[in-house]
Write a protein that binds this ligand. Structure first.
Ligand code: ATP
Length: 335
């Protein structure tokens, strides 16, 4: 089939760098002779035929902006057999020959189903959590890490002044990637991640933290930073329990959506540009139902079905390193 008109949408949670990816897809797509179309508000907008023609000018002044100009949404109506069928018909009637979907695993499942309905699709991983198994990296992750790191550094300053324990909740419903890297980067004393601690009774978590605080106090530490992934949650309740047990002033801070926003880092902009190009090249080569990925540090791609079946888990070495670094500091009696 001759490819003429290519659509692009962003779906699921937004991530810094999605705009840079849209810009790359549109400008590189135009350079390869394709007509480029944006679908606003993800699959929700596709079901409503919210198409917008994209030119080189319509993606100008975009590379440095967080969020997504196409906006994003979650759509239950789309994820039904009728929804998929209807969305595919709307796309075909509009004359879309292919669709590039920037989002997470859920968005790729939708792309896979659209492909079954005769719309060639390519997925680009865009989510701050880095929780897509088939790729080493997702657009938005580096920016979110840096935002969280800067926030923790600030909280650390005041925690040290007041000799407080600070529980800081970062994003990651099912994955502890942000939590582990931020804990490593900020010199946190401890990290709690869904992969290990989601089903752990609260009392046990509190006991672990209390033990750690006592050990740190005995060597003169002036603060205690615990990074908690969103999926473990309950930081406020944990803080109250810890303060009761230790009499150490304990505060919980939920960083929340601040981690989703902001200007993308250089890494996110560069990866977005490269992934956008790969998506267009794949379509131009007649390929579809594939996800653009980073493998061994390089741009690559994988079949969506295979990609969705893959499993990825936290790096145990990094997880353990947080404990070693915190403890070895204790050993030499420094803060
Ligand atoms: P994030 O990682 O930011 O949550 P995501 O792409 O995984 O991103 P989801 O909310 O899971 O976010 O999925 C986005 C949209 O994709 C859903 O609102 C739905 O319309 C569609 N979708 C999700 N799962 C399926 C599925 N199994 N079949 C068809 N469509 C799906």
């Amino acid at each position: 089939m001759e490819l003429r008109k290519i659509g692009v949408l962003t779906s699921g949670g937004d991530a810094p760098g999605m705009n840079a990816a849209i810009r790359s897809i549109v400008r590189y797509g135009l350079s390869q002779g394709f007509e480029m179309v944006g679908v606003e508000r993800g699959y929700h907008g596709l079901l409503r035929g919210e198409f917008v023609e994209l030119t080189a000018a319509s993606v100008s002044d975009l590379i440095q902006r967080g969020g997504t100009i196409l906006q994003t949404a979650r759509s239950k109506a789309f994820a039904t057999p009728e929804g998929i069928e209807s969305a595919a018909k709307i796309a075909k009637d509009y004359g879309l020959d292919a669709l590039i979907v920037i989002g997470g695993d859920g968005s790729f499942r939708g792309a896979q189903k659209l492909c079954e309905q005769g719309i060639p699709t390519i997925g680009i991983p865009g989510t701050i959590d880095n929780d897509i198994s088939c790729t080493e990296y997702t657009i938005g992750y580096d920016t979110a890490l840096n935002t969280a790191m800067e926030a923790v550094d600030k909280i650390r300053d005041t925690a040290t002044s007041h000799q407080r324990c600070s529980l800081i909740e970062v994003m990651g419903r099912n994955a502890g990637y942000i939590a582990i890297e931020v804990a490593l980067a900020t010199g946190a004393e401890m990290v709690l991640v869904p992969e290990k601690d989601k089903n752990c009774p609260r009392v046990q978590l509190v006991n672990r933290i209390v033990e750690d605080i006592k050990a740190a106090q005995s060597v003169g530490k002036k603060h205690h930073i615990v990074i908690i992934a969103e999926g473990v949650g309950g930081s406020q309740e944990l803080a109250e329990m810890i303060e009761e047990c230790t009499e150490v002033e304990t505060r919980a801070t939920v960083l929340g959506h601040i981690q989703r926003g902001g200007s993308p880092t250089i890494k996110d902009r560069v990866v977005a540009a490269q992934m956008g190009m790969r998506a267009i090249d794949l379509l131009a080569q007649g390929k579809s139902n594939r996800v653009v990925i980073i493998k061994n540090g390089k741009i690559s791609d994988v079949d969506i079905d295979e990609g969705l079946a893959m499993k990825k888990t936290i790096c145990e070495k990094d997880y353990n390193l947080i404990g070693y670094l915190s403890r070895s500091i204790n050993n030499v009696g420094q803060n």
